[in-house]
Design a protein around this ligand. Sequence first.
Ligand code: ZN
Length: 310
Amino acid sequence: MTWRLPALVAASAICMMTMPMLAPGDSDNAEKDIKPDGKGIGSLLNPGKGNGRDAKPARPGGGGSNGINYHGGPVMLGTTTVYYIWYGDWSGNSATTILTDFASSIGGSPYFNINTTYYDGANRHVSNSVAFGGSTTDSYSRGSALTDADIPAIVSSAITSGRLPGNPNGAYFVLTSADVSETSGFCTTYCGWHTYGTLPGTAIKYAFVGNAARCPSACAAQTASPNDNTGADAMASVIAHELEEMITDPKLNAWYDRRGYENADKCAWTFGSVSLLPNGAYYNMTLGARNFLIQQNWVNAGGGYCAKSY
Ligand SMILES: [Zn+2]
């Protein structure tokens, strides 16, 4: 059975994009994803949002033939390896299992295959290949009120201490527990962000994603959730968003549209057709053994459109 999501939770998001950073801690250059506010911001970019179908805008939102443009920078090629840093206190939280399963099963999916429509200047396409490379924990090494500069410092510490490898094909996620704030605007202006920096001599792509349970009205599309964990299920969609942006725009100089929207930004908080589970939660795809409600992504083909598979 297919159901429509309420328009409120399907509202789009705005996004900031600025020049690339060359070193960690230069927070103004991160690509930050702003919460949906329910007011329909971005509706001109996503005219089909919230209609319960995979939307194909009549007029793509950017200047290229597919509504998104290549700006000459690298994309991530081959297998991308996802690493998690569980920051704060995640003890007893099923998120560690749910989101590990998610990272382990998104590669090879019809959903992630959308990213293969992106390529670099030598026409080398992104692969539909993601591996989960492991995780580590960080018990409040920088307190419970983090600045943007703390995020690369947390990643750097995990690498230099040998808890995680320094992998130029890695995508590092700092995942904070619900009692941790990110003072530049988590829960008020964004739910996650990604950027890159030169950490221990290697160009490292990293992202911040906070536990949406801290602010479900801002960062979760629904309170009932497919895996009975509101925060973790909402984080899965934000992790997908940041991961596909990291891969197609790792240095913030590859794929984005004339408004600075990267691929996932163009479809943020849209889910296409959804189905209802017995626990009252909606989902729109099955990855591995679990159901998830994951935002759509922009297909860089066929004129460009939001979809949940390609
Ligand atoms: Zn984004």
